[in-house]
Every structure is written in C-alpha cells, then in structure tokens.
Design a protein around this ligand. Structure first.
Ligand code: MG
Length: 382
C-alpha cells in the first residue's frame, strides 16, 4: 500500500489519477489533495476517498471551503499549502500535476526529503531541470514521469542497466495536432475552438493548444534531455497520428525498442505510481488488428516553428527554457481569450528569446525572475 499525495487533483491528470486509485484500492491510499480554487470538486473527492489533508492555494477559495470540510480534515491554505502536502511524513509518493512553475517548490521540497515524485507538470523540468536532477542525485529520490512519451522511454529503458549507456537516440512521437493534415489552412485565422479540437488526446486547454503548435513536443524534448541525460542532437520527434507508439529508444547496435499503449494518461499515471511493480488496474490492451496500420512522418518544422524554438532554448540552457515557457503560457492564454492570432504565439516566443539576457546556471530566484520577465514581455508586446 502506497500513500499518495496529488497536487492538482481536479485537473485532467488529477482526475485520471483518482480513477487509477479507485481501480486499485488495495495499492493506493490518497492522503493529500491540493487544488487551486475548484473546491466544490475537491470536497466531493475528499468525501469519496477519505483524505486527511487538503491544500487550496487560492486563499479566498480556502476560506470558502473551510467550513464545509468533514471533521478531521486538515486544510493548508495558500501556495505554501502545496509544500506542506508534498512534505507530509506519511507520503510515499507525490504526484504533481499543478499548472506552471507553482509546481517547482513542492517538487523540490519532496525530493529534498527523499520522497519520489510522479511528475506531470512540464514546467518543473523545463524551467529548473538542472536543479531538480541535482536534488535527485543528492537525495536518492526519483522523478517518475507522468507523460505518455517519457513514461514510454522510461519503460523502454527499465531494467536495461548498462544498455542505457549504449543509447544512440530517443524518439518521442507527436500526434501532429489538429492541423497536421491541413497544409492549406491559414494559421493567422485559426480560432481557439479549431485549435482545441485535438484528434486523439483528451487534455486540458493549455496542453491542447501546445499540441496544436507542437510546443508541447518541444517542452517534452527539454524534459527528456534532463530526465534521461541525453543531448539535444540525440533527441528526435516523429509524427504519429494514431498516438499508439509513444516513444522509441535506439541503441548503438541499431536495435530499437518502442513503447505502445492506448492514448490514455492512466497508463503513464499507473506505471509511475506502481513502479517498479506492474499490476492489473483494468486498463485495456491494444487491438492492433483493429487499428490495422500505424503511420509515421517527419514533423514540418517550417509550419510548426515552436519545435525548433524549444530545441534552441533547451540547448542554450540557463534561463532560456524558463523564458520560452513563460512567454508561451501567456501567449496561449491570450490566444484562448481571443485576443491574439495563433501565429503570434511563436512570434512572441521568438522575440522574447531574442531579447532575453540569459543567466547561466541559474538559482531558483533567477529562474522565477526570468519567468516573470517573459510574462511581462509578452503582455507588453501584445
Ligand atoms: Mg505527452
């Protein structure tokens, strides 16, 4: 039985995590749930799972829900509530699925005291990969990836020991998003609704837009660089519209191993939580006969410039990835609000990276400052 803390329990990944926990009641006990402000849903989750600790980062929302919590439940209010939950003595693993760099302090706090982290929040490794991996190396705590591609790589490498050193390249697949097979479309006129119509994955709006621009894959390359200690010239992207093969690793002898599953985040979540064991959580296998064909193509880097922008920021290192991420987050939000065209997302990212004065080997303050600078830059440019 593992005691699990879920940061971001009402988001898409959080809800999927609760479904995994529900399917395996003998494996997991939920001991803490954190949300930003969705307290109505939080209260339902608390009652359903008998959780003892909750955190609500929005203080007004925390005040509103305080009186409605069942007796015996401890409420941690404000952003520091995430750290309080991440460092609960009884937690065996912390699943972090909060939005943005807000996930960084609790992830570092958990790792610092040796608690493993199942990580879904991309910004943590994108913004502070070096710091996070150094902390893991020092304390022995692990990052278990909660993303289909990185879970795929992790599973391809699992138990291979020295094989990992003989790695030639890692390939992450991308669905290609809703605009892959529409070369005629004018990106300047794309609406948020069109960009949100993802062909294979059901996800939150931010990551769905990132999938439409391929920024999501760019952020995932930066994560893979840190997670698997692989330089950018050995990381590749392959467009695979069926989203069945999530990752491939190729070894020095030319042999490749691929990871496949249905496109459902519960596969990655369950593996991160049960690792190093596997168990039957009721998730279905593949029917390749019914699928018939799996297809692959190279990404169109001219139509989707976010891929190269992310690789360049990742290779530059220092505070560049934090700037890439911060400006992209603002741009996506303003696009979803109908305030800027789709094309302005990558124009803003490119401009911010060109104007940013990079800090190498940044500490946490420098990373946060770069993120703030990027956000202000984006708003001012718009
Ligand atoms: Mg992914």
């Amino acid at each position: 039985m593992k005691n699990v803390v879920v940061l971001g329990s009402t988001g898409s990944i959080g809800e999927s995590t609760l479904r995994v926990a529900q399917a395996l009641p003998d494996q997991f006990r939920l001991v803490g749930l954190a949300v930003h402000s969705h307290t109505e849903r939080l209260l339902e989750q608390v009652r359903a799972f008998g959780v003892e600790h909750v955190a609500v980062t929005d203080r007004e929302a925390a005040e509103r829900c305080a009186a409605q919590l069942p007796a015996g439940v401890t409420l941690h209010a404000g952003p520091e509530g995430l750290v309080a939950l991440a460092t609960l003595a009884q937690a065996d693993i912390v699943l972090c699925a909060v939005v943005g760099l807000a996930g960084l302090p609790p992830v570092l706090a958990a790792l610092e005291q040796g608690t493993d982290v199942a990580l879904a929040t991309k910004e943590v490794l994108v913004g502070a990969g070096q710091r996070v991996m150094e902390t893991c190396a020092r304390t022995g705590a692990r990052i278990l990836p909660v993303d289909s591609e990185h879970s795929g790589v992790f599973q391809c490498l699992a138990g291979r020991g020295d094989d990992a050193a003989a790695l030639r390249r890692i390939i992450l697949t991308a669905s290609g998003g809703p605009f892959r097979d529409r070369p005629d479309i004018d990106f300047a006129t794309v609406s948020p609704a069109e960009a949100l119509a993802h062909p294979t994955w059901q996800m939150g709006p931010k990551v769905t837009i990132d999938s439409a621009t391929l920024m999501n894959k760019g952020l995932e390359l930066i994560e893979a660089h840190w997670l698997f200690a692989v330089p950018f010239d050995r990381l590749e992207v392959l467009v695979h519209p069926q989203s069945i093969v999530h990752a491939l690793v190729e070894f020095e002898d030319g042999n490749s191993v691929a990871h496949m599953s249905q496109p459902d985040m519960r596969f990655a979540i369950q593996y991160a939580l049960t690792w190093p064991e596997r168990c039957d959580g009721g998730l279905p296998g593949l029917d390749l006969h019914a699928l018939g064909a799996l297809t692959f193509e190279a990404p169109d880097r001219r139509r989707f410039p976010c891929l190269d922008l992310a690789c360049a920021a990742g290779a530059a290192g220092g505070t560049a990835p934090a700037v890439l991420n911060g400006v992209n987050e603002v741009a996506v939000a303003r696009f979803l609000a109908g305030e800027i065209p789709f094309t302005m997302i990558w124009k803003l990212v490119e401009s911010a990276l060109a104007h940013h004065k990079r800090v190498d080997d940044p500490d946490l303050d420098a990373i946060m400052a770069a993120d703030q600078w990027a956000r202000s830059f984006a708003h001012e440019e718009i």
